[in-house]
Design a protein around this ligand. Structure first.
Ligand SMILES: [Zn+2]
Length: 238
């Protein structure tokens, strides 16, 4: 079973985009569980089933001038197109002056792993996509329970090493060598295909690579953007 710290993955995305000048790189979220599964099959020389992929993410709320519709579409894409199980925590900007870091995500991920681990037969190997040292107690406890653990992470380069060294250096923390996403980018490149779709607003047909459930043509999207910018400027929209 794969558990993804979406906040950490989001943090390393700019690095993946710039790697080897691959500005066009777009992560194929459907290939990610396959990559981990194949890695384990090679390590074990046996068939492995990826039973579920769990994605833990955050969404901005009450952020002035920010429309979180794209975040919602992204999470919808993960659950509907990629069959991910998603758990999304609100990052509330209303109380941001308190300066407290919202860390529901790490506790949310850890408790979800433990809850699954207690169901006998739910999984044998926990695949943790993360880089924070905060997960060390979780990984230790899982191994105490007889579960095996593999880290899915980013190796990094040129001064960018997003995995905490204590996660990598501690002996006996993991049962397999880590899967490094940046070593397999060609397998994770999303292949976009153009299709004809009908606009959900005006009914016009247009060629597109958009795969979201709702589709709006370029004209309708531009109109919506203008409407939004007028709203943000404080003007009245009739
Ligand atoms: Zn339209």
């Amino acid at each position: 079973m794969l558990f993804i710290d979406g906040s950490w993955l989001y943090h390393v995305r700019p690095y993946l985009l710039n790697l080897d000048g691959r500005q066009d790189f777009e992560l194929d979220y459907r290939s990610l569980p396959l990559l981990v599964k194949n890695h384990l099959q090679e390590q074990l020389d046996a068939k492995v089933d990826m039973v579920r992929t769990n994605y833990f993410g955050t969404i901005a709320v009450n952020k002035p001038g920010h429309d979180n519709v794209r975040e919602k579409q992204f999470y919808e894409m993960l659950s509907k197109r990629c069959a991910y199980n998603t758990e999304i925590y609100e990052f509330d900007f209303k109380n941001k002056e308190t300066g407290r870091r919202e860390n529901c995500l790490e506790v949310g991920l850890s408790t979800a792993v433990m809850a699954q681990a207690f169901h006998s037969g739910s999984f044998d190997i926990a695949c943790i996509l993360a880089g924070d040292v905060d997960y060390q107690p979780l990984i230790k406890r899982l191994r105490d329970m007889g579960k095996r653990v593999v880290l899915v992470a980013v190796k990094g380069a040129n001064g960018f090493y997003p995995v905490h060294p204590r996660l990598l250096e501690e002996v006996n923390l993991f049962d397999f060598p880590p899967v490094y996403i940046d070593e397999h980018l060609s397998k994770l490149q999303y292949q976009r295909t153009e299709v004809n779709r009908v606009c959900d607003s005006c009914g016009k047909e247009e060629q597109t690579t958009f795969t979201s459930e709702w589709f709006y043509c370029k004209n309708c999207r531009d109109e919506y953007k203008q409407l939004r910018s007028r709203q943000v400027d404080g003007g009245t929209v009739v």
